[in-house]
Design a protein. Structure first.
Length: 133
């Protein structure tokens, strides 16, 4: 059976990304090993330390920079993280200086907010609402 073990977020600076993803978002560093001129640098949720790793992948390829800039210009988040309470998480992150491009917005079954990760990406936080019975 195929399963997800690692997913990537393209970042313009791995050290800055590690700081943001650990000190602001609350991830934990899992792997940090040299890989040529960059590092194989992953973070995980402390709620699931053996779960999916987020690879903070250098965006050195010219196409990745153009791709990221186009997404940000159009306000499109490329990555989504689940949270238990979007409103509380937005307030927590704002207190840490995180900038949001979209406040918590209710879309029926889901509430989402979009933040700037300071590394060239918009990240969506999402909270599924309980099904109405």
């Amino acid at each position: 059976m195929i399963r997800v073990t690692v997913t990537s977020v393209l970042v313009d600076d791995q050290a800055k990304a590690l700081e943001f993803y650990t000190e602001k978002l609350g991830f934990t560093k899992k792997t940090d090993v040299p890989a040529g001129e960059a590092r194989w640098l992953t973070v995980v949720s402390p709620a699931d330390p053996d779960g999916v790793e987020v690879l903070l992948e250098p965006d050195g390829h010219p196409a990745s920079k153009v791709f990221k800039e186009a997404l940000v210009a159009d306000g499109i988040p490329w990555t989504q993280f689940a949270v238990d309470d979007v409103h509380a998480e937005v307030e927590r992150l704002k207190a840490l200086g995180v900038q949001f491009t979209q406040e918590a917005t209710d879309y029926g079954p889901v509430v989402v907010a979009v933040l700037d990760d300071t590394c060239g990406n918009l990240i969506q936080l999402a909270m599924m609402k309980p099904a109405e019975g």
